[in-house]
Design a protein around this ligand. Structure first.
Ligand code: SF4
Length: 376
């Protein structure tokens, strides 16, 4: 049983427990299994963190739960809404680090981009998160706490029926498959009908290519998968995504293909491809990519590079992006371009930095706002 202990030593945190773990927990304290479903609904569907609000739980059980457990997530220290409706939250974690979570609304859809680690070990050359180094893995409560908190910050919504969050993508800080167990627990909660009911097609694990973890993913989940490919050959990918030296492209794509083959429906992988001017956006790159992906059921998502200080790479022009997209579409691939959202609040792709180092410009800004009482 994977039960997370909180700072209050003897108490366990129920927020990050998937249903099977909650069942074991209630069994271990001599309670009926249906309590797991009830408590899950209170926590995730009604956003409750105080046991006294759980009106269909007896007073005796509530006071027992208070003695041995808590419902505790990260603390929102800053939130902002962009002029285009994109929302960003900065959430503080025990120990002082923080992570950023972004919600991108689009018609009836709301896609929450969540983090799985503070920082990242992988140092992809185009990524500002990678430049900060790695601090630690998030617990399942800290991962699920991002959706829990995001929903709580909407006023006057019915958490079950209004559904401002319909999709979840692990594309924030960190490599989710390097935090395998906690990510699997969090996914299990997000997909649970007694929690958030996010469907397998709307929950996407994005990976830089941790092949051994992809190989065992099917034992734990049937969520969708996205691969941060970014290059059509090993030589270029070794430079852009150093993990490629360990798990080269052929090995990676074969592992993804096997994962898709195990799913009960015909699903496609998403191939993420950051377009960097002059680096990987030329006709020869498109031609190589077209050949490389021939046998993989996939769609391609192009992401124009978002420059940050010291990156050394350039953003392609709109016409260069369109040209690359056309080459792929002409070859028969469904190819979308990720439009930049939330630019004015630093929520665009590649701008999520959280707080790994002690004092960055933005940390100072958050602290100042916090002191002024301008943030919740
Ligand atoms: S792109 Fe993803 S895997 Fe690569 S360094 Fe950034 S956060 Fe890590």
């Amino acid at each position: 049983m994977n039960i997370e202990m909180t700072d209050q030593k003897a108490k366990v945190n129920l927020l990050g427990m998937p249903r099977h773990t909650l069942l074991n927990f209630f069994e271990s304290i001599g309670e009926k299994p249906f309590r797991a479903k009830q408590v899950m609904q209170w926590i995730h569907q009604y956003g409750v963190h105080d046991f006294d609000e759980m009106s269909n739980i007896s007073k005796v059980l509530r006071s027992k739960l208070k003695k041995i457990s808590v419902i505790s997530g990260p603390e929102i220290i800053y939130q902002d809404v962009s002029s285009d409706g994109t929302r960003k939250w900065v959430m503080k974690l025990p120990g002082g680090s923080s992570v950023e979570t972004v919600l991108i609304p689009e018609g009836n859809r709301g896609t929450l981009c969540i983090s799985s680690q503070v920082g990242c070990t992988l140092d992809c050359r185009f990524c500002s998160t990678g430049k900060q180094g790695f601090n630690r893995n998030l617990s399942s409560a800290e991962i699920v706490g991002q959706i829990w908190n995001a929903l709580a910050s909407f006023e006057d919504i019915d958490r079950v029926n209004d559904r401002p969050i319909t999709n979840v993508v692990f594309m924030g800080m960190g490599e989710p498959l390097f935090n395998f167990d906690n990510v699997m627990d969090a996914i299990s909660i997000m997909m649970d009908d007694f929690a958030y009911s996010i469907s397998k097609k709307r929950l996407t694990i994005s990976t830089a290519g941790v092949v051994p973890a992809i190989d065992r993913l099917g034992e734990f989940t049937d969520a969708s998968i996205a691969v941060s490919l970014h290059a059509p050959n090993d030589e270029l990918r070794n430079e852009l995504v150093p993990l490629n030296k360990k798990y080269p492209i052929k090995m990676l794509l074969s592992s993804v293909k096997q994962y898709l083959a195990q799913l009960s429906d015909k699903r496609k992988a998403t191939i993420e491809y950051i377009l960097i001017a002059g680096k990987n956006d030329r006709k020869n790159h498109a031609d190589e990519l077209i050949e490389l992906l021939r046998d993989l059921p996939c769609k391609i998502n192009l992401i124009p590079f978002n420059p940050f200080p010291g990156s050394g790479y350039k953003k392609p022009s709109n016409s260069e992006v369109k040209r690359f997209q056309d080459w792929l579409i002409y070859a028969g691939y469904i190819t979308t371009v990720r439009t930049t959202r939330g630019d004015d609040i630093d929520a665009a792709c590649g701008q999520l930095v959280g707080q790994v180092e002690d004092r960055t410009r933005r940390n100072e800004r958050y602290i100042k706002l916090h002191e002024q009482g301008s943030v919740s």
